[in-house]
Design a protein around this ligand. Structure first.
Ligand code: AKG
Ligand code: FE2
Length: 578
C-alpha cells in the first residue's frame, strides 16, 4: 500500500473500522444473551429455594449442571468477533510500518525546519484524535474520512494505522472473561456427572412406575396427588425420555417424548433460541420419538411425525418406516399393563396394614440411669421378629453435624453383596450414596455408640462400623434382608448381623418409607427417630419376615445412619438356642 496516497489509506482504514463495528455488535449480542441467561438462572434458583427439594427442581438442577453448563462453557469460550480479529491481523501486515512512520516523521521535521513552524502547534495537530478506546475511535472515523490532503493528515493516518491499530487488535485478541472461564472449567468435575443424571432420570422413572404416575401430571409438578408447583421443561423431559429409551422401555419413553414435543411447541421464541445455545435441537427429540414409535409398531404415527419435521435425515427415515410397514402388520403393540405388585401398593400407602400395627407405646426409663431424666419414647411394632421404633433419640443438631461431616466423603453408591461374584458391588437396586463411620469418628458418634448400647442392650465392643446413607431423586433400596447367607458369612469375623438400628437423620415428606412387606409395616422417616429390629431369631437363624425395602423418594432427601450389630459379641446379651 502506498503511504503517499491518502485515499488508499482511508479506504483501508474504513475496512478496519467495519471489522471493529462487527466486533462491537458481537460483544453486545453476547452481553444480551448472557443477561437473559442469568435472568433464567436466577429465576430457577429462586424457585428451587421456595420449593425445598421437590423432585422437578432437584432434577432440573442436576440436568442443568450436567448438560447445560458444558454448552454454556463452550459458548463462552468462543471468542466473539474472532473472525473480525483475524481479519484485522491479516490486514495488519499491509499497514504502514515503523519505517513508514519514521519517514513521515522526518518529512514533517523537514517541513518544520524549512518553513520554521511552531513545534507545539504541530504537536497538537499530531496528537489530535489519538485515542485508544474503541468507542472513541469509531466516533473519530467520520472525522478521518473528511481529512484534507495535507502532510499532517498523512502523518496522522500513518501513525494511527501503524500504532493504534496494533493496540486495538491486541485488545480484541485478549480472551474475554479468562479468569471466570478458568473457574468454570475447574469447577466442572464437581458438577453432577452423566452418571448422576442418568440415575436421576431413572429415579424419576422409578417414581412414575412405583406410584403409578402419569408423565403429563409429573411435568406439571403433580406427584401422587400432591401439587408441587414446579414444572419440567422441554429439556428435562427429553433427558428423562432418553434415559428411559436407553433402557428399552419404549412405551414410557414415547410418552415422555410426547410431553417433550408438546412443551417445545408451547415454548416462546426466546426460550427456543436459548435451547439452541444449550445444544438442544427439537429434531433430536423427533428422531427418538419416531424410532420409539417404530419399536411399538406405530408406523402411521411415525409417518405423521416425519411429515411434521423438515429435517432431511428425518425424511430419510420415511423409507425405513414404509419398508417396515409393508413387512409387518400395523398392529400397535399394546402397552403391557402389569398388575401392581404388593410393594407398589405398600409404598403408595395401600398396604393392608395389620390392625394392631402399633402394638404398645411406652417410656423406657430403666435401661440406664440417665433415662430417668430423658426416657426413650418406645413404640413396639412387632414381637416376632422383634421391632421397635424409638422417637427423638437423635437430636436435630447431632443429625446435622453427622450430615455435614460426611458430605465431603460420601461415595457414589452404597454397594450390595453380589452372590455370584462373592464381593460387594454397585447395584441398581440400591441407589444411595454412603460413607462408613466408626464410633471413634467424633464426639457425636461416641455418644451414639453408647446410646445404641443402652437402646438395644447389645454389647457394642467389636461391633460393626456405621454407614451413613443418602438417597437422591427417586432413590430406593430393593427388598433385601440384612442378615447374611452362608457364602458371605465365611468372609466375616463378627458372624451374622443379629440386629439393625436405623437412625433417621431427616424427614422425608413424600415417599421414602422403610417398608417390611411381609409384616405390613411401613415407617415414614422422621428426623430423630430410630428403628430397631432383630434379623435373627432366637436360634440364630435369619428371619425372612425382616425383608425390607426403602420406597422411592418423591419429595425430600433421605438421610439415615445404619448400625448393624454383630452376633458373635452377644453370647451374654442374647444367648442363642442353637
Ligand atoms: O433406608 C432404609 O429405609 C433402609 C436401609 C436399609 O435397609 C439398609 O441400609 O440395609
Ligand atoms: Fe437393610
Amino acid at each position: 500500500m502506498s503511504i503517499y496516497d491518502l485515499g488508499e489509506l482511508l479506504t483501508h482504514n474504513k475496512v478496519l473500522v467495519n471489522h471493529l463495528e462487527a466486533y462491537a455488535d458481537k460483544l453486545q449480542q453476547r452481553v444480551d444473551l448472557i443477561d437473559s441467561y442469568v435472568e433464567i438462572m436466577k429465576e430457577k434458583i429462586a424457585r428451587a429455594q421456595r420449593m425445598d427439594h421437590d423432585p422437578p427442581s432437584s432434577f432440573s438442577f442436576m440436568r442443568h449442571m450436567q448438560f447445560d453448563w458444558p454448552n454454556i462453557l463452550w459458548y463462552l469460550e468462543q471468542q466473539p468477533g474472532e473472525a473480525q480479529a483475524t481479519g484485522i491481523s491479516l490486514l495488519h501486515s499491509d499497514l504502514p510500518t515503523t519505517k513508514d512512520l519514521e519517514e513521515t516523521l522526518n518529512g514533517l521535521w523537514r517541513i518544520q525546519t524549512i518553513y520554521n513552524l511552531n513545534g507545539s502547534d504541530m504537536a497538537k495537530g499530531l496528537l489530535m484524535g489519538v485515542q485508544h478506546k474503541i468507542a472513541d475511535y469509531m466516533m473519530e472515523h467520520d472525522h478521518i474520512v473528511n481529512l484534507e490532503d495535507h502532510s499532517l493528515n498523512y502523518f496522522h493516518l500513518v501513525r494511527h494505522m501503524h500504532k493504534d491499530w496494533a493496540h486495538v487488535l491486541e485488545l480484541m485478541e485478549q480472551p474475554l472473561g479468562k479468569s471466570q472461564l478458568l473457574f468454570l472449567k475447574e469447577s466442572r468435575p464437581h458438577y453432577p456427572s452423566a452418571w448422576d443424571l442418568e440415575e436421576g432420570s431413572l429415579g424419576i422413572h422409578r417414581m412414575q412406575k412405583t406410584y403409578q404416575l402419569q408423565p403429563k401430571d409429573m411435568v406439571r409438578g403433580l406427584l401422587d396427588g400432591v401439587h408441587h408447583g414446579t414444572r419440567f421443561s422441554t429439556l428435562e423431559c427429553f433427558t428423562v425420555a432418553r434415559a428411559i429409551y436407553k433402557k428399552h422401555r419404549y412405551h414410557d419413553a414415547v410418552t415422555w417424548l410426547e410431553e417433550t414435543l408438546s412443551l417445545y411447541d408451547q415454548a416462546s421464541e426466546q426460550t427456543k433460541e436459548n435451547y439452541q445455545i444449550l445444544g438442544f435441537d427439537v429434531s433430536q427429540a423427533n428422531n427418538l420419538y419416531i424410532k420409539g414409535l417404530m419399536h411399538l409398531n406405530r408406523y402411521k404415527d411415525a409417518l405423521k411425525a416425519i411429515d411434521r419435521d423438515p429435517k432431511p435425515y428425518l425424511r430419510r427415515l420415511r423409507d425405513r418406516v414404509e419398508m417396515r410397514m409393508m413387512s409387518t402388520i400395523d398392529l400397535p403393540l399394546e402397552k403391557p399393563n402389569p398388575p401392581l405388585t404388593g410393594l407398589q401398593l405398600c409404598c403408595r400407602g395401600g398396604c393392608p396394614y395389620r390392625d394392631m400395627h402399633r402394638l404398645t407405646c411406652s417410656y423406657n426409663t430403666t435401661a440406664a440411669p440417665f433415662l430417668r431424666l430423658a426416657p426413650f419414647k418406645t413404640e413396639l411394632l412387632s414381637l416376632a421378629p422383634y421391632m421397635v421404633l424409638y422417637h427423638d433419640v437423635i437430636t436435630p443438631l447431632e443429625s446435622l453435624t453427622l450430615k455435614n461431616l460426611s458430605k465431603p466423603h460420601m461415595k457414589r453408591r452404597a454397594m450390595t453383596f453380589n452372590k455370584q461374584k462373592l464381593r460387594p458391588l454397585i447395584d441398581s437396586g440400591r441407589t444411595s450414596n454412603s460413607v462408613w463411620l466408626t464410633s471413634h469418628e467424633n464426639a457425636v458418634m461416641e455418644r451414639l455408640e453408647r446410646r445404641v448400647g443402652v437402646m438395644t442392650n447389645f454389647e457394642m465392643e467389636n461391633s460393626e462400623v456405621y454407614q451413613l446413607i443418602n438417597y437422591g431423586i427417586g432413590g430406593h433400596y430393593k427388598p433385601h434382608t440384612d442378615h447374611f447367607e452362608t457364602p458371605q458369612l465365611e468372609h466375616r469375623g463378627g458372624g451374622d448381623r443379629i440386629a439393625t438400628v436405623l437412625f433417621y437423620l431427616s424427614d422425608v415428606p413424600q415417599g421414602g418409607a422403610t417398608l417390611f412387606p411381609r409384616l405390613n409395616i411401613s415407617v415414614q422417616p422422621r428426623q430423630g427417630d430410630a428403628l430397631l429390629w432383630y434379623n435373627l431369631n432366637d436360634r440364630g437363624q435369619g428371619e425372612i419376615g425382616t425383608v425390607h425395602t426403602s420406597c422411592p423418594i418423591i419429595k425430600g432427601s433421605k438421610w439415615a445412619l445404619v448400625k448393624w450389630i454383630d452376633e458373635l459379641s452377644q453370647p451374654f446379651r442374647r444367648p442363642c438356642n442353637r
